[in-house]
Design a binder for this molecule. Structure first.
Ligand code: BJW
Ligand code: ZN
Length: 258
């Protein structure tokens, strides 16, 4: 009831107040209230394809047109959406931390850029970005916010030649970490440093099933760090955490961080 929520809220706020180095780890549920579908929820289908089956290098090699159509669709979808109160609460919280001399790291599995659009400054993107591309030949990474990314993808049918290409002539791919691919060394190094220092953590809108991100918060909890999970439902890791705030992150997170 209300009283339980109050004492839990007060206790977690105390943990935040004591902390010197806080991590927020976010997943697709954080953007759900913006209208961006999650992966493992009801919105995880695009046409007849499971999103997680298109997010592999094997799928891209087999059918680069199909995979690019999927990413084109998602780029355009997210352009039409806006950050929600959960994104704003995290951006405001970062600002507060800055003024009170606390470290704050926002580690996101999301590729939609909505945290940055809400004003978050220090965002570690674990799984890449919808708005970056990488050349499959020279491996150069570039930011790309074009809408559409190319005329070919805006039309009904597309050929390989019409897909986005690098100035070197190579085929571009989304700069996204697909299944079986390693996360960027540089990002992992920064995450490792943040985890080492962390003394309070929030896990928001993630199913906690995709590694290595799924093990970050449980490892902190094992070290005795207070961790709060914000989710609509329970996850395989709910039992590892000291605090659980069930409900839509756009409601629960602003209420805690206000
Ligand atoms: C709300 C809400 C609201 C909804 N409010 N909450 C160890 C053990 C087992 C397997 C592995 C392992 N190590 C590596 C693996 C393999 C694999 C893996 O983890 N597989 C598992 C699925 C079993 N991992 C990898 O391949 C990673 N690479 C790697 O480890 O490299 C080294 C290596 C190489 C080769 C072999 C072995 C190791 C890379 C993982 C990359 C993940 N990429 C994706 C796709 C990005 C593409 C794209 O966006 O197009 O990233 S997968 C997809 O899942 C996406 C997400 O970032 C990620 C996490 O999903 P997330 O964010 O948790 O979303 P959902 O939908 O699952 O959950 C939403 C949650 O929100 C739900 O809980 C809802 O209840 C909740 N919610 N509305 C609050 N309003
Ligand atoms: Zn190139």
């Amino acid at each position: 009831g209300d009283r339980d929520f109050m004492s839990k809220t007060a206790k977690f706020r105390e943990a935040l107040a004591r902390a010197k180095s806080i991590i927020a780890l976010t997943g697709a549920g954080t953007s759900a209230e913006s209208g961006v579908p999650t992966f493992r929820g009801a919105g995880g289908l695009w046409r007849t394809h499971q999103a997680t089956e298109l997010a592999t290098n094997a799928a891209f090699t087999r059918d680069p047109v199909l995979v690019w159509q999927f990413y084109h669709y998602r780029r355009e979808l997210v352009f039409s959406k806006n950050p929600n109160p959960a994104h704003h609460a995290l951006a405001d919280f970062e600002e507060k931390c800055k003024h009170s001399g606390k470290q704050f790291h926002l580690i996101t599995q999301n590729v939609d850029g909505l945290h940055q659009r809400a004003g978050s400054q220090n965002v570690l993107e674990l799984h890449g970005s919808l708005y970056k591309v990488r050349c499959t030949v020279c491996h150069k990474v570039t930011e790309n916010q074009d809408s559409p990314i190319c005329e070919g993808l805006a039309g009904q049918t597309t050929t390989l030649e019409e897909l986005p290409h690098c100035e070197c002539g190579g085929l571009l791919r989304p700069h996204i970490v697909w299944f079986g691919e390693s996360l960027e060394d540089d990002v992992l190094k920064k995450v490792g440093q943040a985890l080492d220092r962390c003394d309070c953590c929030m896990v928001i809108g993630t199913s906690s099933v995709v590694y290595p991100a799924a093990m970050f918060a449980p490892e902190l909890a094992r070290r005795g760090v207070p961790v709060a999970e914000f989710n609509l439902e329970s996850t395989p890791e709910t039992g590892s955490f000291q605090f659980v705030f069930e409900g839509p992150a756009g409601k629960t997170l602003p209420a805690i961080l206000e």
